[in-house]
Ligand binder design. Structure first.
Ligand SMILES: Nc1nc2c(ncn2[C@@H]2O[C@H](COP(=O)(O)OP(=O)(O)O)[C@@H](O)[C@H]2O)c(=O)[nH]1
Ligand SMILES: [Mg+2]
Length: 310
């Protein structure tokens, strides 16, 4: 099977001095030469790589300092397919500011940027580090709630080169997947995946978050931020999945509760009889036709239970 050719425009975003240019230069390797685009206040370089037979040209852009706030932003974001959101592990503020960077990417690109990888840079500075991976992941869960997207996070060091190759490789693979190229994404231990309905184990929270992202997506759609409605469909399907999960959980709780009632009844009955009532008694059966009677029975069960006679 012969591969295909792709050009991916990837942006490095994040506050000034977090290491965006250093990451790009590290990835480009020796002999690196960037081209500064005065008009949009951005620097860029391109690099060719092969992933599974596919020839990829990365066009890697990063904004120069203050220009982020004054340059014609849309030219920087326009046509972008993905963004690295970079923060400095020494400075928690640069992490929390990522919520603005995500929003900027999504809005200013007209919705084309939906693939994000978060980099906690300067991981070599162990002594002065202030943001642990756990703290980063916790914050990223807010970004998930804000956007409904899945983020990947890893720490990097432009100084030592730690995870720089890995970050670009993962980005390339995610983009190939988006272009329907069949590809295995094996996540090494140092990569965290944070997405809707993951990690927290709190189903109610997941549903609430999913609802929120659907609402936000439909607002954005109406407001014209997204150009395509499939992002909304995607989120609605995420919501449906979360609801199914919740329903299963509710069912499980119901089963456990029923079992608990039987155990308690068994213990009470055991004082006089034996523990045979641990078996499902025939009078506790779901009957939708007799919901009222059922309710009464359940009330009896939860009150001082009459000892079931066989
Ligand atoms: N120790 C250390 N310093 C870094 C790292 N990345 C960048 N720096 C330094 O941080 C400063 C800002 O880096 P720069 O790439 O210009 O940041 P940018 O404004 O985001 O492009 C420079 O002094 C870099 O040498 C890193 O991983 N480790
Ligand atoms: Mg820079």
């Amino acid at each position: 099977m012969s591969g295909k050719q792709f050009i991916f425009k990837i942006l490095l975003t994040g506050d000034g001095a977090v290491g965006k240019t250093s990451i790009r230069e590290r990835y480009m390797g020796k002999g690196f030469q960037g081209s500064y685009l005065k008009t949009i206040g951005a620097d860029f370089a391109s690099k060719k790589v092969q992933i599974d037979n596919n020839a990829i040209t990365y066009q890697i852009f990063d904004l120069a300092g203050q220009d982020a706030y004054v340059a014609a932003r849309s030219s920087f974001y326009k046509g972008g397919q993905a963004a690295f959101l970079v923060f400095d592990v020494q400075d928690p503020q640069t992490l929390t500011n990522l919520s603005t960077w995500v929003k900027d990417c999504m809005e200013n690109s007209g919705g084309t940027i939906q693939t994000f990888i978060i980099l906690g840079n300067k991981a070599d500075l162990v002594e002065t580090r202030q943001v642990s991976n756990e703290m980063a992941v916790e914050f990223i869960q807010h970004l998930v709630a804000q956007t409904g997207l899945t983020f990947y996070y890893m720490e990097t060091s432009a100084k030592t080169g730690k995870n720089i190759e890995l970050a670009f490789d993962l980005m390339g693979k995610r983009l190939l997947k988006k272009h329907n190229i069949e590809i295995d994404i094996n996540l090494p231990d140092e990569v965290y995946e944070i997405g809707p309905g993951m990690g927290s184990g709190n189903v109610e929270k997941e549903v609430a978050e999913a609802v929120e992202t659907v609402v936000q997506a439909s607002d954005a759609l109406i407001g014209g931020i997204y150009t395509e409605s499939n992002i909304l469909n995607e989120r609605v399907s995420k919501l449906e999945k979360a609801v199914v999960k919740l329903a299963k959980k509710t069912d499980l709780i119901d089963q456990k509760l029923t079992k608990l009632v039987h155990i308690v009844k068994g213990i009470v009955a055991g004082e006089k009889e034996d523990l045979s009532s641990l078996e499902q008694p025939s009078d506790v059966q779901d009957d939708e036709e007799n919901a009222e009677e059922d309710k009464k029975k359940k009330q009896q069960e939860f009150g001082v239970p009459p000892i079931p006679k066989k």
